[in-house]
Ligand binder design. Structure first.
Ligand code: HEM
Length: 365
C-alpha cells in the first residue's frame, strides 16, 4: 500500500512538472460558492452539465449501431432495442436524459433570470447560455426524427412547415431544413449531420465559453440577498460544493436508470411517407407551448396571417430575452427592478399554462 501511494505521488510530481497541475489546484482552492437562501439554484447548471455528458456518452454508443438512411434507420434502432446487449438501456437513457436536460435547462434559465445573475459583468455568460438553450432545442428537434418512425416523421413535417411560414426567407429555409420539398431520406441525413456533428461541435464551443466565464467571474450573489446585507458566508468549491454536486448527479443517475428500466423508449411503427398523418400529432413537450399558442391565434391579424404573426412574435420575444442584460438598466445600476421580475414570472406562467393547455385542451379547437 505504502509503495502504491509513493508511486502515485511520484506520478503526480512527474505530471506536475510537465502540466503545471499546481496551478489547477490553487484555482480549485480559490473558488468559493456564496451561501444564502438561494444557494440551491447554483446546482442546476452543474446538473445540466452532467446530463449533457450523459448525452454525449450514450449518443456515441448509439452511433455504433445506428444507420442514417430512410431504408435502414428504423431497422437499425429495432435491432439495437431487441438484439444488442443493453442496447435498449443505452437508447432509453439517451431518451430520458434528453428530456431531463431540457427540464434542468428551463429551471437553470428561469432561476438565473429571477435571481438577476445576468447583470454586469455576466452578460456574455447569459448570451452563451441562451445559445446553449437554442442548441438544446435543436438537438431535440433533429434527434426526434432519427428513429424514422411514424410519429417522428409527421411531427417533423409539421415542425418544418412552421419554418416555411417565415416571411420572405420561409420557402428557402424550408428547403434547407428538409433537403428538398418534403421530409425524406435527405432530411434524415441532414438532421443526422446536425445532430451528431454540427450541433455537438457548436455546443462544446459555447459550453467552453460559458464554463470559462463561470470560473473566471465566480458565482453571483442575487441583488435581493445583497440588499439584505449579503450572503451568510461561502463554502469552498473543492471539495464541499463539488461533493454536493456529485450527490445530485448520483440522484439524477438513479432517476434516469429507473425511468429507462420502467418506461423504456418506444419505437412504434416505421414511417410511411404515403400514409395519412395519424390523428393528434404533437411535437416534443418542450415545443408544445409554442405549438398551442399558434393554434389559438386567429386566421388573420391586421391583414397578416395569424401564424406568421405568431412566428415573428416568438422570434422577437427570443431576441428580447437574449438582450435582457442590456435592457434591465435598473438591475445593472444595482437598483431594484420589479418590472423584470414580473416579466420573468410572466414568461414562466406563459410556458407552463400553454404547455398544460396543449395536453388538456380540445384538439379540434
Ligand atoms: C447546456 C446548457 C448549460 C450548461 C451545461 C450550463 C452550465 C452552467 C454552470 C455549471 C454554471 C455554474 C453553476 C450554476 O450557476 O448553476 C452556470 C452558470 C450560469 N449560467 Fe448556465 N448552463 C447552461 C445553459 C444556460 C442558459 C440557457 C442560461 C440562460 C440564458 C444560462 C445562464 C447562466 C448564468 C447567467 C450563470 C451565472 C450564474 C451566477 O453567476 O450566479 N446558462 N451555467
Amino acid at each position: 500500500m505504502a509503495r502504491l501511494v509513493e508511486s502515485l505521488n511520484q506520478t503526480l510530481v512527474w505530471l506536475d512538472a510537465r502540466l503545471g497541475l499546481a496551478g489547477l489546484k490553487s484555482l480549485a482552492e480559490k473558488k468559493a460558492v456564496p451561501v444564502h437562501r438561494h444557494t440551491i439554484w447554483y446546482y442546476l447548471g452543474g446538473m445540466t452539465l452532467f446530463l449533457f455528458m450523459v448525452q454525449i456518452t450514450t449518443g456515441v454508443l448509439l452511433l455504433f449501431y445506428y444507420r442514417p438512411s430512410a431504408e435502414e434507420a428504423f431497422e437499425s434502432v429495432q435491432f439495437l432495442m431487441a438484439e444488442v446487449e443493453f442496447g435498449w438501456l443505452i437508447r432509453s437513457i439517451h431518451h430520458w436524459a434528453a428530456n431531463l436536460m431540457i427540464v434542468t435547462l428551463f429551471l437553470h434559465l428561469f432561476s438565473v433570470l429571477l435571481l438577476k445573475a445576468y447583470r454586469p459583468p455576466r452578460e456574455i455568460t447569459w448570451i452563451s447560455g441562451m445559445a446553449l438553450f437554442g442548441l438544446a432545442l435543436a438537438f431535440g428537434f433533429t434527434g426526434y426524427l432519427l428513429p424514422w418512425n411514424e410519429l417522428s416523421y409527421f411531427a417533423t413535417r409539421v415542425g418544418t412547415e412552421i419554418v416555411g411560414v417565415v416571411p420572405v426567407a420561409g420557402e428557402f429555409l424550408l428547403r434547407v431544413a428538409r433537403g428538398g420539398e418534403d421530409v425524406s431520406g435527405a432530411t434524415l441525413t441532414r438532421f443526422y449531420a446536425f445532430h451528431v456533428a454540427v450541433l455537438p461541435g457548436v455546443a462544446l464551443a459555447f459550453l467552453g465559453v460559458h464554463l470559462f466565464l463561470v470560473q473566471k467571474l465566480g458565482m453571483s450573489v442575487p441583488p435581493s440577498i445583497e440588499q439584505q446585507g449579503g450572503s451568510r458566508g461561502s463554502m469552498p468549491f473543492f471539495p464541499n460544493f463539488l461533493l454536493r454536486d456529485l450527490v445530485g448527479w448520483l440522484t439524477a443517475l438513479a432517476i434516469l436508470a429507473a425511468l429507462a428500466a420502467f418506461l423504456p423508449a418506444e419505437l412504434g411503427e416505421k414511417a410511411d411517407p404515403f400514409a395519412p398523418a395519424p390523428a393528434g400529432i404533437m411535437p416534443e413537450w418542450y415545443f408544445v407551448f409554442m405549438f398551442q399558442t399558434l393554434k389559438y391565434l386567429p386566421a388573420h391579424i391586421l391583414g397578416i396571417e395569424g401564424e406568421v404573426v405568431g412566428i415573428l412574435g416568438f422570434g422577437v420575444a427570443g431576441v428580447l430575452v437574449l438582450l435582457i442584460p442590456f435592457l434591465d438598466r435598473r438591475t445593472a445600476r444595482g437598483e431594484r427592478s420589479p418590472l423584470f421580475t414580473w416579466i420573468g414570472v410572466g414568461l414562466i406562467a406563459f410556458v407552463v399554462v400553454l404547455t398544460i393547455l396543449g395536453y388538456t385542451a380540445d384538439p379540434t379547437k
